[in-house]
Ligand binder design. Structure first.
Ligand code: ADP
Ligand code: GLC
Length: 511
């Protein structure tokens, strides 16, 4: 093979994604969905993309075409670590699982045990992921592939950027995406001392956060570019209100910080082809949505009547999502709106889980609750409901509201973060704004939330034509990953010399 054949057959941009979650191998939230959808979208633009994640038992069981491609040692782990290569069941995107049984093969959650307590060795678990990522990036993991760009996601990947920067090895461009600044991976320095890090990193101000060792801060300080998952959130996190103590760092790095608003997988979340819902429908023919609603009413034990309103909540039960406010306000809302029934699917805070379970028992037939993680049910809720009751004290992007809109369920949501970037507000009163897809409110309190639900209920009752127009606009909203992947490519382009092969390849892909 001549030299030019070799260059032609090897895509000049090779991206290693580093993440703790990829749907459907492992998921606790939107991070998994993004890390499942972005790589195929980048591959569609000609980028060679591989994703590295921990080898949790479910991931090892679900990955297709599994093959051990390398076996390496790490001082933090006894016994060899295997790198298992394969594909996710839903796409052709290559994934590498880090199979370190003592760290990842356990019963329980990705980050917590079955009682919801953080695994005590989380620092080691994700440091090992990052050390392997850095070794792959340096071509030192025994693989026949190495990236020229590393893209880390959330605190679990943060140390990768520090290790690359401090290694002094060949420079690999790197981008760090913050999906949620509130999860920081902060550990006592004694814990960090056990991570066998380069001595420089041990004492560096870049990893110190109020006396602790911070994986997230490492990512923010060492990455060449920082992105967040919506434009609005990229601005918000430079302020003390949303900065979680890191706004100073982010203001200092503002020149390399930008937001790319998450898209959604339009195939997986497609009411015209969804295998999990009772009837298929589309923006052009929405008859199936009524069938989905009736089926959902039967499934949840609600009165079967299409004229009633179903409000739903499909999210982690967390302070971030204002689940406490929803729980407190529900009794009032149910009394005020006799035609409203509410279904809550979510797990998280144990007190909130108990609270919702008690309310569902006391108001059965009008409130339904399940604390299981149930992906098909999430689809059925979006398909059968009318309203998504999605408060958020902060929201880096939010996918749930985008899924709801695609299924013609209108979000009631707080005017923050990605909710602002993705929802077109109807306005608080009077005629509905043209193009509106949801109802936004400002204050993070029960009164503002109630007022927004009242407004939504009033539009549905008294302005049915405008309601239908909103449903139509919500379902037709363009949320494709292709556009978002192009934005990431634009960011990647800035990491290569202007005339280099990768820069030219990106230019061509974007042309
Ligand atoms: P976050 O990542 O902050 O949790 P997102 O809105 O970005 O919020 O993504 C949440 C994802 O998790 C959505 O796909 C949502 O449907 C899903 N989800 C949350 N809780 C559950 C649950 N109990 N069962 C099924 N899906 C859930
Ligand atoms: C985080 C955020 C959420 C975002 C998701 C995917 O979990 O809380 O807003 O949509 O990551 O980027």
């Amino acid at each position: 093979m001549g030299r030019s054949d070799v260059t032609q057959s090897v895509p000049p941009v090779r991206v290693l994604m580093v993440t703790a979650e990829v749907y459907p191998l492992a998921k606790t939230g939107g991070l998994a969905d993004v890390c499942a959808a972005l790589p195929p979208a980048l591959m569609g633009l000609g980028i060679d993309c591989r994703t590295l994640m921990p080898g949790y038992p479910d991931a090892l069981a679900a990955i297709e075409g599994a093959e051990v491609v390398a076996e390496i040692g790490d001082r933090l782990v006894s016994g060899p670590i295997r790198i298992v290569s394969g594909r996710t069941p839903d796409s052709a995107a290559p994934v590498w699982l880090v199979d370190a049984p003592s760290l990842y093969r356990r019963e329980g959650g990705l980050y917590t045990d079955s009682e919801g307590r953080d695994w005590p060795d989380n620092a080691v678990r994700f440091a090992v992921l990052d050390r392997i990522a850095a070794r792959i990036a340096m071509g030192a993991a025994g693989l026949d592939w190495s990236p020229n760009l590393v893209h880390g996601h959330d605190w679990h990947a943060g140390l990768t950027h520090a290790l690359l920067a401090e290694s002094g090895a060949m420079r690999v461009g790197n981008v760090f995406t913050v999906h949620n600044l509130a999860y920081q991976g902060n550990f006592p320095f004694e814990t960090a001392a056990a991570l066998d890090l380069p001595p420089l990193l041990h004492r560096a101000a870049e990893v110190e956060f109020y006396g602790q060792f911070s994986f997230l801060k490492a990512g923010l300080e060492y990455a060449d570019r920082i992105t967040t998952v919506s434009r609005r959130y990229a601005e918000e996190i430079t302020t003390p209100e949303f900065g979680c103590g890191l706004d100073g760092v982010l203001r200092r790095r503002a020149a390399v910080l930008s937001g790319v608003t998450n898209a959604i997988d339009l195939e997986l979340w497609n009411p015209a082809r969804d295998p999990w819902i009772a009837a298929r429908y589309s923006a052009d023919d929405r008859a199936g949505k009524v069938a989905c609603k009736r089926a959902l009413q039967r499934e949840l034990g609600f009165v079967e009547d299409a004229s009633r309103t179903i409000g739903t909540f499909v999210s982690r039960l967390a302070w971030q999502k204002m689940a406490d406010v929803l729980l407190a306000e529900l009794p009032v809302l149910l009394d005020r709106h006799p035609e409203l029934d509410v279904a809550v699917l979510g797990r998280g805070d144990r007190d909130l889980e108990r609270g919702f379970a008690e309310l569902a028992a006391a108001r059965s037939g009008r409130v339904w609750f399940d604390r299981r993680y149930d992906e098909p049910r999430a689809h059925r809720l979006h398909a059968g409901a009318d309203l998504l009751l999605h408060g958020s004290r902060f929201e880096p992007c939010g996918l749930t509201q985008q899924y709801a809109m695609r299924y013609g369920t209108l979000p009631v949501a707080r005017r923050t973060g990605g909710l602002v970037d993705s929802i077109h507000d109807a306005g608080a009163s009077g005629p509905v704004e043209s193009g509106a897809t949801g109802f936004l409110y400002d204050a993070a309190d029960g009164q503002a939330f109630r007022a927004a639900v009242d407004r939504a209920m009033a539009v549905r009752r008294e302005q049915p034509a405008e309601w239908e127009r909103m449903v139509d606009a919500a379902m037709r909203r363009n949320a494709s990953w292709d556009a978002a992947a192009r934005e990431y490519l634009g960011i990647y382009a800035g990491l290569f010399r202007p005339s280099s092969a990768p820069a030219r390849a990106i230019e061509l892909a974007l042309a």
